[in-house]
Design a protein around this ligand. Structure first.
Ligand SMILES: [Zn+2]
Length: 210
């Protein structure tokens, strides 16, 4: 008697269990598809081509990568130009830096101060000194205009003017991302890495390794 009733109970259990599962199992499948079908779509949207049209004659067709000094010499590029704007009179104009002179100055500065920097940008890099305005003659007033599109940022110009500190942390991280540089930490660390990486790209025989 007891065995029979147990068997019956078990049968009922089995039956009653075999019915509800389909509805229970049915709802979960819908949720998983959306995430899995969304993810590839997102990846496709952010998929970018590996190369870009070089934004400047001294830039390469890779994001945040510039030509070496040797290549620039071969191409007879000796002046690096960029757009600037006066904070006082708002005038926009273009200025040029002598590539060799300016780069030599930066190289000497790094060589003399690297040990003291402890892989952090010094104050002069964090707080750039701006130029004097050629129109209103206001001192320390002319800032570089930084391209709104990160792939169009004029990195060599910013380096030569020691203006890279004008970039936001986000722009610096973009540079580091495309140059396989560890890009976490405070702005002074990321800025230091950006300066040294740009110098290495121009001259990989200089004192620009950490
Ligand atoms: Zn001005």
């Amino acid at each position: 008697m007891a065995t029979n009733s147990n068997e019956i109970d078990n049968n009922f259990l089995t039956l009653s269990l075999s019915f509800p599962p389909p509805p229970v199992v049915a709802p979960p499948p819908p949720p998983p598809p959306p995430p899995s079908s969304r993810r590839p779509r997102k990846r496709k949207r952010t998929l970018k081509s590996e190369t870009i049209p070089p934004p400047y004659p001294w830039a390469t067709n890779h994001r945040a990568k510039v030509h070496s000094l040797n290549m620039l010499r071969l191409n007879q590029i000796s002046t690096i130009t960029g757009e600037v704007q006066c904070r006082r009179c708002d005038r926009k104009y273009e200025i040029g830096f002598d590539l060799c002179d300016k780069f030599a100055q930066i190289g000497s500065f790094i060589l003399a101060n690297k040990e003291l920097m402890h892989q952090r940008a010094p104050s002069i890099w964090m707080n750039p000194i701006y130029l004097n305005c050629k129109f209103c003659e206001q001192e320390n007033s002319v800032k570089p205009i930084i391209a709104s599109k990160k792939k169009s940022i004029n990195w060599v110009f910013l380096l030569l003017g020691q203006f890279i500190g004008c970039c936001t942390l986000d722009q610096l991280k973009y540079f580091c991302k495309h140059n396989e540089i560890h890009r976490t930490g405070a702005k002074d660390r990321v800025l230091y890495q950006t300066y040294l990486s740009l110098c290495r790209q121009l001259d990989n025989t200089g004192p620009f390794y950490y």
